[in-house]
Ligand binder design. Structure first.
Ligand code: C2E
Ligand code: CA
Ligand code: CA
Length: 730
């Protein structure tokens, strides 16, 4: 509206103004009234009012170096701070001077060009007002001939500072946004809904493998097929846009320009005009490849065993749940098999972890290959594996599968250049008979596995409720044992050992446990539990301390020293501190070390470890004697006796039983004794129950004897009493 008025005013002014000369002292209206008497008074007044109220300055000036004003309207004062008079004929100042120095040349060029081309001009520049304020003005006008035929300029100059400021602000803002757009570390894009790029920034170009946004826009014409690895992603993207107007953290795998793939996350929204018509999609893209691969790695780690690549406990539980519901639907059996490798700990310990790992990887491989693809084999941890055998409709097929598994696992495995044989104990629980949920099945398979171990390893056992009872009892015993260890519930019985003249030379210390709930629990029951749970370590500490204390007391009672023998379970040899521990206990008791005998069994030699040898040598250095217990059972390898620093060989009571009837046992016993004599080892026979056995063994050259014939294991006090009563001669 303001513009319309200005234009009108200008046009009227121009038409009339061009017709006559005016005197600058007169107002424009007066002037016009003089020159054009044909105009009625009213329009003149209107024009005058208009001129006075113009937001700007109408002028006529000469085309000279000063832009000498011939006429300026009243707006001059508001625009420049100078009264009209001051400008006309450059009385006080010329328009050239008012024009800001830097802009003068460009103004003159623009106007001169327009004049030469006989066209209107429009030029924006700055002026300095009377008070020194800088203003932006817009000058529009044209060259006309005045009454005298001189070429003059007529035009209008208005203050456009505000608009300029606003424009500048917009330009600034745009610049800032452009800066953000161009320098953002995230990719930024605008696309049409049918997949064409409208704009992209450098980061996006770089992300997608282009050297510039222009190349990206030119090349990536079909987003749906060219960008997304899964073309359905674009449709999903569009669907979200259509229904929700935005996508948030939309993750997809995309192709880069060179064909490589990356993962991106998009955040975008649709841009609509005032009528709600879609203009474009606009959003940001982030490269999340690294995070994705880290995530995948984490997921893998959470579900798979690092070493063997088998599903771990986590994934096993998922698979088991699935298998149970599928078996329930189809009415099939499901077998859950718990596998524990026999002797793994010894191999791992003696050959080292690298060999142990190799063994596990090989076993995992064999297990996987003896199953069908529908079955699962998982590593439960340590040397424990679990099989989930699906879809069996008869138990017979499970049995043949397990036989195959056992066969596979027990095939020799090459480790450190030598063949090793590793067996496995398998426990089986069936769905639905042995449990209807994963937890129960796992528990029952585990119990059955222990039963398989107890049955002599390398076999499988199906779960029975009797096993469950035994297992529960084991748990109760374990709990009771922990309490007994804390409350000094264990005691030691001593069974004398005599020489060939039945003189007491020492005693074997045997653990005894009497409980309020279970009565007297035999060592054959609690020792295995103590070994499996690790409680054997504190238990042995207690037995050693009590045995050493008793032994140092006997030498005073009897006036001559007696030996004391303590059993060391193989489990103790896993502990590096064993030697130091025993040394401490011996010195604590004030016992000469040569009075101490430590009984070990062959199983500590499985794996032929340098470590075991090191520990045995360490014990020898303390000055104690080492006894090979239960000799004649198991492998009874003579090489052990030669290679390891053993002092005493103890013939197992199973060989002694029936020895007087000259059976196989007698032959073996004879061989052992003569061999030990040649190796200068002391031979002890245990389980001697009658005189015939005693005589036979003595005749063969056995050095010492232990058994019910001589005495049963006795409580500490009774043993001391026996020493006094018999004066050490049984
Ligand atoms: P072992 O070391 O072979 O101990 C000898 C076992 O034979 C003892 O059984 C003893 O009571 C029994 N025995 C002794 N003389 C005769 C006999 O003339 N006839 C028969 N039939 N048996 C006889 P016990 O005390 O029940 O111990 C059983 C096993 O428990 C021991 O066998 C040993 O392996 C283990 N054990 C006992 N105490 C300890 C201990 O403190 N630490 C460790 N690691 N094991 C122990
Ligand atoms: Ca023993
Ligand atoms: Ca024994």
């Amino acid at each position: 509206m303001a513009w319309y008025i200005t234009c009108c005013a200008l046009t009227v002014f121009h038409v009339s103004f061009a017709m006559s000369q005016q005197s600058p002292e007169k107002t424009s209206a007066e002037y016009l009234a003089n020159v054009n008497t044909t105009l009625s008074l009213d329009p003149i007044r209107v024009l005058d009012t208009l001129m006075a109220n113009l937001n700007g300055m109408a002028y006529r000036c000469r085309l000279d170096a000063q832009w000498t004003m011939r006429f300026v309207s009243q707006g001059c004062l508001a625009l420049t701070g100078y009264a009209s008079d001051a400008l006309v004929d450059n009385k006080q100042i010329s328009w050239e001077e008012i024009t800001l120095g830097e802009d003068r040349l460009s103004v003159r060029e623009e106007i001169s060009a327009a004049v030469a081309a006989n066209r209107n001009f429009s030029v924006e520049y700055r002026i300095l007002t009377c008070t020194g304020q800088e203003k932006w003005v817009l000058e529009r006008g044209m060259a006309v001939l005045d009454e005298c035929g001189e070429q003059v300029l007529e035009g209008f100059i208005e203050d456009v500072s505000e608009r300029r400021q606003a424009q500048d602000a917009v330009a600034h803002a745009e610049l800032r946004y452009r800066h953000i757009f161009e320098h953002a570390s995230e990719g930024i894009f605008q696309t049409t809904s049918d997949g064409h790029y409208l704009s992209a920034n450098m980061s996006l170009a770089r992300l997608y493998g282009y050297s510039s946004p222009e190349k990206l826009i030119a090349d990536l014409a079909d987003i749906e097929r060219r960008l997304y690895v899964d073309p359905a992603q674009r449709e999903k993207f569009r669907h979200l846009m259509d229904t929700q107007g935005e996508v948030v953290n939309f993750e997809s795998e995309v192709y880069r320009h060179d064909g490589s793939k990356i993962w991106i996350s998009e955040n975008a929204h649709s841009v609509r005009d005032l009528q709600g018509e879609l203009i474009c999609y606009e959003g940001t893209v982030q490269d999340i490849t690294e995070r994705r691969s880290y995530q995948e790695q984490l997921e893998y780690q959470a579900n798979f065993d690092q070493l063997t690549g088998l599903p771990n406990r986590n994934l096993l539980n998922d698979r088991l749940e699935q298998a149970i519901s599928s078996a329930a639907r189809r009415g099939y059996f499901l077998a859950l098999v718990f596998i524990d490798l026999d002797n793994f700990k010894f191999i791992n310990d003696s050959l080292g972890h690298v060999a142990g790992d190799e063994l596990l990887v090989e076993v995992a491989h064999r297990l996987r290959h003896s199953l069908r693809t529908v079955d699962t084999v998982a590593r439960q941890g340590g040397d424990e594996f679990v099989l989930v055998l699906n879809d069996h409709y008869q138990v017979a097929s499970i049995i043949s599968l397990l036989e195959r598994v056992l066969q596979e696992v027990s095939r020799p495995i090459m480790l450190m250049g030598r063949d090793w044989q590793v067996g496995a104990s398998l426990g089986v629980a069936l769905y639905p008979t042995d449990g209807e949920d994963a937890l129960t099945l796992l528990k029952h398979a585990d119990i059955a596995m222990y039963a398989a171990k107890a049955r002599g390893r390398n076999n499988f056992q199906f779960f029975t409720h009797e096993m469950n009872r035994i297992s529960d009892e084991r748990l109760q015993l374990e709990a009771a044992m922990r309490v007994a260890l804390e409350q000094d519930g264990f005691s030691v019985a001593f069974q004398p050992k005599v020489d060939h003249r039945r003189r007491i030379v020492g005693a074997e210390a045997l653990a005894r446990w009497h409980t309020a709930d279970f009565g007297t629990v035999a060592p054959d029951r609690f020792i295995p539990i103590a070994e499996e749970t690790g409680l054997i370590v504190p238990l042995t500490g207690i037995i050693l301390r009590k045995a050493f204390a008793a032994a140092s007391k006997w030498s005073k009672t009897l006036g001559k020293p007696l030996n004391v023998a303590v059993n060391l379970s193989p489990r103790l040899f896993l502990d590096d501190k064993l030697v130091g521990h025993i040394a401490g206990l011996i010195s604590e008791a004030g016992l000469p070390p040569e009075r101490v005998e430590l009984e070990i069994t062959e199983s500590i030699f499985i794996g032929d470890s340098g470590r075991t040898l090191g520990i045995l040598k360490g014990l020898k250095r303390l000055g104690v004697s080492l006894v090979m217990d239960d000799f004649g059972t198991g492998y009874s390898s003579l090489s052990y006796i030669r290679r390891f620093p053993l002092d005493i060989i103890k013939i197992d009571k199973s060989l002694v039983t029936g020895i007087e009837h000259e059976d196989d046992g007698a032959m073996i016993a004879r061989a052992i004794i003569s061999m030990c004599q040649s190796l200068r080892k002391t031979v002890v026979a245990e389980g001697v129950e009658n005189q015939a056995q005693f005589d036979f063994l003595r005749y063969q050259g056995c050095d010492e004897f232990q058994g019910y014939l001589l005495a049963k294991p006795l409580p500490d006090q009774e043993f001391s009493d026996l020493l006094i009563a018999t004066d050490g001669q049984l």
